[in-house]
Write a protein that binds this ligand. Structure first.
Ligand SMILES: *Cc1c(COP(=O)(O)O)cnc(C)c1O
Length: 228
């Protein structure tokens, strides 16, 4: 357990605050109420933190490691039939089957080999979680994601070669610069392809992401506390 994990009461309070800030940012952007969905990122925090969030009404969670997700979530599912899990972190091809088993959405499809591995895993498991393509919007060498210039071709390959259920795009923009131009780019590219999901914005920048068209924001520390 992360020493900084928030208490159950604090998690409920933080969730209410984040939901309020999402509603305000949505209204400021003249977007329909309820058009932005909160993914509560529970990575590194214990199952008790997830249970506290569930008790406070949050049913959608994000985890970045398959093994951690598989340890925390399956035991909660029987009591919480509405529970949904998004995988948001780098995924090794040899974990594709585990990912397909545990996730409702895989947000981090970031390379051709993983597209092939996910397609094969879905066929074997008979389960088809939705997929988002992660774009390396800042073209940062250390970061995962499809280069912006290759996004169109990669999307075509995912749909036509692999038959993947691609629903949208995801990004993590460069930390140091103003993220808005990257957010705007991602939303425009998703719209151009008729993709309904745009996953962008974290604790530090989710209001800017909503102003630029995010449909899903991924918020961790503002809900669960700092990570150890
Ligand atoms: C950890 C993580 C988040 C949440 O980050 P916070 O700053 O804690 O809100 C969002 N997206 C991804 C991909 C992450 O790995």
């Amino acid at each position: 357990m992360s020493p900084a994990s928030a208490s159950a009461a604090a998690i409920a309070r933080n969730l209410a605050t984040v939901q309020e800030r999402i509603a305000e940012a949505t209204a400021r952007a003249n977007r329909p109420a309820g058009s932005v969905t909160l993914v509560a990122v529970s990575k590194t925090h214990p199952a008790e933190s997830v249970a506290a969030a569930l008790a406070a009404g949050q049913v959608l969670f994000g985890e970045n490691r398959v093994q951690e997700a598989a340890a925390k979530f399956p035991s909660l599912r029987p009591d919480w039939p509405g529970l949904r899990l998004h995988l948001i972190g780098a995924l090794q091809t040899n974990k594709a089957r585990d990912a397909v088993r545990v996730a409702d959405v895989v947000e981090s499809l970031d390379r051709p080999r993983l597209a092939a591995a996910l397609a094969e895993a879905m066929a074997k498991e008979g389960r088809r979680p939705e997929v988002l393509v992660q774009v390396n919007v800042g073209e940062e060498p250390q970061k995962a994601g499809i280069p912006p210039g290759e996004t169109d071709a990669f999307l075509r390959a995912c749909l036509e070669e692999h038959g993947l259920p691609v629903r949208g795009l995801m990004c993590i923009p460069p930390a140091e610069s103003d993220p808005r131009r990257h957010f705007a780019w991602l939303a425009e590219r998703a719209a151009r392809h008729g993709l309904p999901v745009v996953s962008m914005g974290m604790s530090g920048d989710f209001e800017a992401a909503i102003a630029c068209g995010a449909t899903h924001v991924r918020v961790g520390s503002a809900i669960f506390g700092a990570r150890g």
